[in-house]
Design a protein around this ligand. Structure first.
Ligand code: HEC
Ligand code: HEC
Length: 209
């Protein structure tokens, strides 16, 4: 009897919705579905993916940073059409669960940056370039580039992604004139690095565990 079956399906669906609500607003199923979706681009272990666009590594990333960036995408302070669509439908509970999940992952670094200027990259990371007003990256991102709270982990990030982030900072981040956007902290640094220095530091970070 098709009508009965339909009615049963409706009852089953609404009772599972009720169960989901008891878990605090976001269903396990919803979380799993979102996670699978993130992984199609960001990699099965959050290791990132080097394609036509690079999909950044999320593994080991600071949850606070992930949450900040998703908010920036959905408020269009950080410009990216793909991530706008992803971010603006995430509930706070799902976002917190996804951020915690990625923090716990630890795949090996992607590597892949050109190797000829790794020594320069290391110097910039550890000491900065006082003559060009570039601070040591480690001063904020930590001696192992693991980040802290709203300061991102950089270790193991994809070379082309880091290079792009540094090269186009002023065009992609901090848009819309919000004064308290955390992206402003990086503006002087990205201004004062040459393209070659950006490449050296991006390569160095791509090999860091
Ligand atoms: C269709 C592909 C795609 C999907 C699906 C996707 N992303 Fe992204 N994501 C990207 C791209 C591309 C970027 C880089 C954007 C840029 O260059 O600014 C990005 C950037 C990010 C960033 C910023 C990382 C950083 O280091 O600043 C976060 C956080 C993020 N994504 C989280 C997620 C989460 C969580 C999901 C699942 C709910 C997800 N993404 C799903 C493509 C995707
Ligand atoms: C004064 C503290 C500070 C210093 C010094 C600093 N950073 Fe940052 N950095 C930040 C903060 C805060 C963010 C997050 C910005 C945001 O929310 O958009 C960031 C973000 C980044 C990102 C974006 C990461 C991503 O996943 O998209 C890169 C790349 C980066 N920094 C590289 C560097 C490099 C390379 C240096 C050294 C030359 C450096 N930073 C020095 C504070 C700092």
């Amino acid at each position: 009897m098709p009508i009965m079956a339909g009615a049963l399906a409706v009852v089953a669906a609404s009772s599972s919705l009720a169960a989901d609500r008891d878990e605090g607003g976001d269903s396990k199923h919803g979380f799993q579905a979102k996670l699978e979706y993130c992984k199609t681009c960001h990699g099965l272990s959050g290791e990132g993916y080097r394609g036509y666009f690079s999909m950044p590594r999320l593994a080991g990333q600071q949850p606070k940073y992930i949450e900040n960036q998703l908010r920036a995408f959905s408020e269009r302070r950080r410009v990216n059409p793909v991530m706008f669509n992803v971010a603006h439908v995430l509930s706070p509970a799902t976002l917190a669960a996804l951020s915690a999940h990625f923090k716990a992952l630890n795949p090996p670094p992607s590597g892949g940056g050109p190797k000829e200027h790794l020594a320069l990259g290391k110097t910039i990371f550890e000491e900065g370039l006082p003559e060009s007003n570039v601070p040591a990256c480690s001063a904020c991102h930590g001696p192992e580039a693991k980040g802290h709270e709203e300061i991102p982990r950089l270790a193991g990030q994809l070379y082309p992604y880091t290079l792009q982030a540094l090269s186009y900072w002023g065009k992609e981040r901090g848009q819309g004139g919000t004064r308290d956007d955390t992206s402003a902290i990086m503006v002087p640094t990205t201004h004062n690095l040459t393209q070659e220095q950006m490449s050296a530091i991006a390569a160095y970070l791509s090999y860091m565990k």
